[in-house]
Design a binder for this molecule. Structure first.
Ligand code: NAD
Length: 246
């Protein structure tokens, strides 16, 4: 995957950082975007062929700057990984409107804004996009009214984008991770939830960041040249079980 440039959002840690490192290993230049400037500086320190952009994917003006900076430094954009996200656990009646809006702004508006802004460059490059949803976007639960709905939106948005951009040679796919022990997940996963996932997942464990990044890299690459509009659950088989989310 040499001579390519990717924008990875939420690149300062977790799945975004693992994806950044995997793409760098494959010769891709990476614009690392994250709104946590300190963590982004730490994560990008010592990495070569990266551009660290401390900006917010839910801010329309900043999104335009992210794309412009990447094009100015790297000369184009071949891949976009819409990974930035925030977690939220709560039922409908316990979720106030500000919380709902905050989750939607990052998890769903961010994917819309970033893809809209990067589309002209991706069309020029016949590029590819991977959006990160969640198994929470495939299955409902009493705890995930905002998070699950935002991720279901990402799955549908992936299909819309794939249909609209297909004639320009741009592929758009989605990865729906199962549980991974990142800061985002461990902030909301109680021991009870962890135990329930271990029991319910056919592989009987959480995934790790690299296992998600491997599938992202495959979908971005020419090896997936006839795959678009798809959502792949990378979840140790959880989605096949029909068991409810803990
Ligand atoms: P993480 O918290 O480790 O990383 C997310 C990163 O996104 C952070 O560095 C954060 O600062 C950044 N970010 C958040 N909002 C942003 C914004 N508005 N602008 C720019 N950067 C922003 O979490 P993670 O687990 O690596 O999550 C990555 C993606 O994977 C998310 O979309 C998440 O919903 C999804 N996901 C994670 C799990 C899991 O179990 N960890 C499961 C399913 C889906």
């Amino acid at each position: 995957m040499s001579n390519r440039t990717a924008i990875v959002t939420g690149a300062a840690r977790g799945i975004g950082l693992a994806t950044t490192k995997l793409l760098l290993d494959e010769g891709v230049q990476v614009a690392m975007v994250d709104w946590d400037a300190e963590e982004l500086a730490r994560a990008s320190d010592g990495l070569e062929n990266v551009l660290a952009i401390p900006k917010d994917v839910s801010n329309p003006a900043q999104v335009v700057e992210i794309v412009a900076e990447t094009e100015a430094v790297f000369g184009g954009i071949t891949h976009l990984i819409n990974n930035a996200g925030v977690a939220d656990f709560g039922p409908m009646e316990g979720t106030d409107f500000d919380r709902w809006r905050n989750v939607m702004q990052v998890n769903l508006d961010g994917v819309f804004l970033m893809t809209q802004a990067a589309a002209p460059a991706l069309k020029k490059a016949n590029g590819s996009i991977v959006n990160i949803a969640s198994i929470s976007g495939l299955r409902a639960s009493t705890l995930r009214v905002a998070y699950g709905t935002s991720k279901a939106g990402v799955i549908q948005l992936t299909q819309q984008q794939a249909v609209e951009l297909g004639e320009h040679g741009v592929r758009v796919n989605c990865v729906a991770p199962g549980p991974v022990r990142t800061k985002l997940a461990m902030a909301v996963h109680t021991q009870e939830i962890i135990d329930a996932y271990h029991d319910a997942i056919p592989l009987n464990r959480y995934g790790n960041e690299t296992e998600i990044a491997n599938v992202i890299a495959f979908l971005l690459s020419d090896r997936a040249s006839y795959v678009t509009g798809q959502t792949i659950a990378v979840d140790g088989g959880f989605e096949c079980t029909g068991v409810g989310l803990p």
